[in-house]
Design a protein. Structure first.
Length: 197
C-alpha cells in the first residue's frame, strides 16, 4: 500500500533530518534517497558532501536533478523513498530552458509553469502506481518578502502551487519550525470542514 508524506519548512528548520527519521522508521537501511541538487559552485559541492556523509551508508542514492518521475518508475514496487527536495527540483526545471527569461510573455510563462507542475503530478502518480512509501521534502518559500524580479516571483508561485498539489494528495503533511515538526494535514482538513458546513 502506497504512502505519501510531505515535510515542509524554511531553511535550517530541521525538515530534512525529520524526513530522514520518517523513512528510517519506514524502511530501515533499505531507503532510496533521491537527491535533486546540482553542483553549481564550491559551496553547493560542500553542502552535497555534508548531506551524503550524514545519511546512513546503506541507503541507496539516486542523483536526479530533473527527471524524477522517470527515475521513480525504475524503482522496485513498494520501495521506501526520500525525495529531497521538491524546491530544488522546481528550480532546476525552471532554469533548464533558456526560454524562460525576464521578457517572456505571460502565455509562455503559463505554459512552462503547467509543464513543470505536470512533473509534480507525475511524481505523485508514479508513487501511487508503484506503491512507494514516498516522503517529499519541500521548502516553505511564500512567507518572506516578494522577490523583486519576475523569475523569482514565478519560482515562489510554482513552489507554492507544487506544495499545494502534493499536500492535497498526501496522507500526512508536516511543517517544521526550529527542529520541531507539527502534523498539519488533519488539522487543516478539520478547519476547512468547519467553514464548509
Amino acid at each position: 500500500m502506497s504512502k505519501l508524506v510531505l515535510v515542509l519548512g524554511g531553511a535550517r528548520s530541521g525538515k530534512s533530518s525529520f524526513a530522514e527519521d520518517i523513512v528510517e522508521n519506514l524502511g530501515g537501511q533499505g531507503v532510496i534517497y533521491v537527491a535533486t541538487s546540482e553542483v553549481r559552485d564550491e559551496e553547493m559541492k560542500e553542502r552535497i558532501i555534508r548531506h551524503r556523509q550524514s545519511r546512513p551508508q546503506e541507503w541507496r542514492t539516486i542523483e536526479e536533478s530533473k527527471l524524477v518521475s522517470q527515475a521513480l518508475t525504475e524503482l522496485e514496487e513498494g520501495s521506501v523513498v526520500l525525495l529531497d527536495c521538491l524546491t530544488v527540483l522546481l528550480s532546476n526545471l525552471i532554469l533548464a530552458d533558456s526560454d524562460l527569461a525576464e521578457d517572456e510573455t505571460d502565455f509562455t510563462l503559463q505554459a512552462k509553469e503547467e509543464e513543470i507542475l505536470a512533473e509534480v503530478e507525475q511524481i505523485i502518480e508514479v508513487g501511487r502506481n508503484k506503491n512507494l512509501e514516498l516522503v517529499i521534502v519541500s521548502n516553505e518559500v511564500g512567507q518572506g518578502v516578494v522577490p523583486p524580479y519576475k523569475l523569482g516571483r514565478v519560482y515562489r508561485d510554482l513552489v507554492g502551487w507544487g506544495n499545494q498539489r502534493v499536500a492535497a494528495q498526501a496522507d500526512e503533511v508536516y511543517i517544521t519550525y526550529a527542529g520541531l515538526p507539527v502534523e498539519i494535514k488533519e488539522l487543516g482538513m478539520e478547519t476547512r470542514a468547519q467553514f464548509s458546513e
